[in-house]
Design a protein around this ligand. Structure first.
Ligand SMILES: Nc1ncnc2c1ncn2[C@@H]1O[C@H](COP(=O)(O)OP(=O)(O)O)[C@@H](O)[C@H]1O
Ligand SMILES: [Mg+2]
Length: 411
């Protein structure tokens, strides 16, 4: 293509881009708006827990925050931390240090302690340090400074499930180390049962105060979406129907704002690509389909190898027999495939467990029937498009060859 036509394409694309999105970035999940509609109560409660003691010169209680994903826990905490920095600190005699660590990213004891060291500009050598030394350096620093340190551990369940709660235990006891910068912890989790994982001493100390975020209703989601659409989209580029549909779909999924915003963004991208003037319900419906497909893709490509193999066998048998298949048929074919690709097959028992896991994960449907002369048999069928499965499984190069030979066979 000549450069002239490329220029033309670029200008046409940017013209189109400007038709729907005024500021696309504000629909991304890491964008935090200045206003958080329908979270006044939570903002107020968290601020009260933290501000009151700070204004009196006392250490705030530790707080434990939980609620479903996308209910504004991270956004609310960041909002309150910003207010501490901008509005509260100028009234206090001593500094308040606020740090949020995303434990989905920093998911080990080492990384968490290292983040705190970095936050206080304590240099650590490239060769690394022991956990004890990283911790001691924090204590030393907190003895050198005077004030308060509010440490939020976001998605805390990720790190505790992976690395245990030893460091958490130490952090809940850190104020007894004779430090002059008093520490308060804010633990945030999407996992409503997370507390059961914790040592009772950590549990009681971490939840001196508790804050529960309830799911947004469809009406609340609609308000949040309209507020965001005002910043992100041009006034005449979306229909009420589209906003309502995004809100009602997300309301059914625990009131997850992230989901609603993603839907609106993907729907907007579809409208833009097609050169349609407005985002409509049809765009949202199609966005939903695309997002579901992406989700399935993610699930399939992250399965362990033998689970992929079992799934492949089920898809293959369904294509060959054009009917549901039984556990026995799946196992027989699975063993054959293992031989063909030089893999040691797992036991029938283990494959039966894998079938249950695939069923629970929503990829297949396994119905147990107790009739018939063979006693109890499971009838297995796919819950998703066979071609989707083949496409995702092909990503695994160990399966590429076998998928190719299957498809040349069935032609
Ligand atoms: N009340 C609200 N008003 C506006 N945006 C919100 C609100 N609650 C959440 N969001 C937005 O939704 C997304 C997910 O919120 P987040 O705080 O990360 O949820 P959680 O931490 O509970 O999973 C973020 O982009 C956030 O800015
Ligand atoms: Mg969060």
């Amino acid at each position: 293509m000549s450069s002239f036509r490329l220029d033309d394409l670029i200008s046409r694309l940017s013209e189109r881009a400007s038709r729907i999105f005024k500021n696309r970035e504000t629909l991304r999940p890491d964008y935090i708006p200045d206003e958080l509609p329908h979270r006044d109560k939570e903002i107020y409660k968290l601020a009260e827990i933290l501000f009151h003691p700070l204004l009196r010169g006392d250490r705030p209680s530790n707080v434990f925050i939980y609620g479903y994903p996308g209910t504004g826990k991270t956004a609310t905490t960041k909002h309150v931390f910003k207010a501490i920095k901008e509005k509260l600190t100028p009234r206090l005699q001593v500094p308040v240090y606020c740090l949020i660590i995303n434990c989905k990213i920093d998911d080990t004891n080492y990384r968490i302690l290292k983040e705190i060291n970095d936050f206080f500009n304590i240099p650590t050598p490239h060769t690394g340090l022991s956990l004890a030394e990283l911790y001691n350096r924090i204590v030393k620093e907190l003895k050198r400074r005077i004030g308060f340190f509010i440490l939020a551990l976001d998605e805390i369940d990720n790190f505790v499930k992976k690395s245990g709660d030893e460091i958490l235990y130490k952090l809940t006891r850190i104020n007894s180390e004779g430090i002059t910068t008093k520490v308060s912890l804010v633990g945030i989790t999407n996992d409503l049962h997370f507390k059961e994982y914790l040592d009772p001493r950590v549990k009681s100390s971490l939840s001196e105060e508790e804050l529960v975020f309830t799911p947004y209703t469809a009406d609340q989601l609609r308000d949040i979406l309209y507020a965001r659409a005002k910043i992100a989209l041009y006034d005449d580029s979306y229909t009420d129907g589209a906003i309502n549909l995004c809100a009602s779909i997300a309301a059914k999924e625990h009131g997850d704002v992230r989901r609603a915003l993603d839907l609106l963004r993907v729907a907007g991208e579809l409208a833009e690509r097609r050169n349609d003037p407005k985002i409509t319900e049809d765009h949202v419906k199609e966005a939903l389909k695309i997002m579901e497909r992406d989700k399935i893709w993610e699930v399939v490509i992250s399965l362990p190898f033998h689970s992929k193999l079992v799934l492949l066998v089920i898809a293959y048998l369904q294509e060959r027999f054009l009917r549901e298949c039984t556990t026995g048929e799946v196992y027989e074919e699975y063993v054959k495939m293992c031989r063909e690709i030089g893999q040691e097959p797992l036991t029938a028992r283990r494959v039966s467990d894998i079938i249950n896991e695939l069923d629970m994960g929503g990829l297949i449907k396994a119905n147990l029937t107790s009739k018939g002369r063979y006693g109890r048999t499971k009838y297995i069928s796919l819950r998703i498009e066979k071609d989707e499965i083949f496409r995702a499984l092909k990503e695994d190069e160990r399966l590429e060859f076998i998928i190719q030979s299957i498809s040349s066979w069935s032609r």
